[in-house]
Design a protein around this ligand. Structure first.
Ligand SMILES: CC(C)(COP(=O)(O)OP(=O)(O)OC[C@H]1O[C@@H](n2cnc3c(N)ncnc32)[C@H](O)[C@@H]1OP(=O)(O)O)[C@@H](O)C(=O)NCCC(=O)NCCS
Length: 173
């Protein structure tokens, strides 16, 4: 069984000192040190302003909040990643998936706050999301990768254009 190995150098550790190692998937809750813990949730009760701040932090263009709310409501799975320090909870990662509830799911909006990037949290978030989808017997999981993150998804086993299949898009004129 996988488990969190979250290393905190002190109880007052800054996020920049946090590091996540190992197969941090099965446990929804990280190992803690003092007041500090990182955990996943599939609750949809997300403060949309906090989500907007997270997306702003990685430079994404803003989207109308009513549409983001609708997208979350109608997603098959919503995964969020939180840092909890004492009574304060901070949204540090997010991903969601749409699905036909039988065969296919597509993962969207994968994001980790810059302060937490490069420490294994993105991989843990993805693995957690995939595990949840697999637990619903979804076998075909797809996503659209920005060119600069193709290798990030490769590390989790995603294959670009398998057997020459091309993603195709239609846009309004
Ligand atoms: C992409 C993103 C989610 C990765 O999260 P992260 O926490 O930094 O990633 P991790 O630390 O878990 O990295 C996991 C692995 O992917 C690699 N990786 C991470 N970011 C990468 C990148 N941009 N390009 C290539 N490889 C990357 C890491 O080196 C690591 O490899 P390893 O398992 O061999 O050590 C994060 O950088 C992010 O939120 N970026 C901005 C938003 C974005 O671009 N989202 C994707 C839209 S398609």
């Amino acid at each position: 069984m996988g488990f969190w190995k979250s290393l905190f150098s002190s109880s007052d550790t800054a996020s920049s000192q946090m590091k996540l190692e190992g197969d941090a998937v099965d446990g929804a809750i990280s190992r803690t040190d003092g007041n500090n813990r990182i955990f996943f949730s599939t609750e949809r009760d997300i403060d949309l302003y906090e989500l907007e701040e997270l997306c702003d932090a990685v430079g994404w263009s803003r989207r109308p909040m009513r549409k983001v709310r609708k997208a979350i409501q109608h997603s098959f799975l919503v995964t969020s990643m939180w840092q909890q320090r004492g009574n304060t909870r901070r949204l540090i990662g997010f991903a969601r998936a749409t699905s036909d509830h039988a065969f296919n799911a597509t993962i969207w909006d994968v994001v980790v706050h810059p302060e937490f990037q490069g420490k294994g949290f993105g991989k843990a978030l993805m693995k957690y999301t995939i595990k949840k989808l697999r637990s619903e017997d979804i076998s075909n999981i797809t996503l659209f990768a920005d060119p600069h993150v193709v290798n990030f998804y490769r590390t989790m086993g995603f294959v670009p254009d398998p057997e020459g299949i091309k993603g195709m898009f239609w846009y309004p004129d």
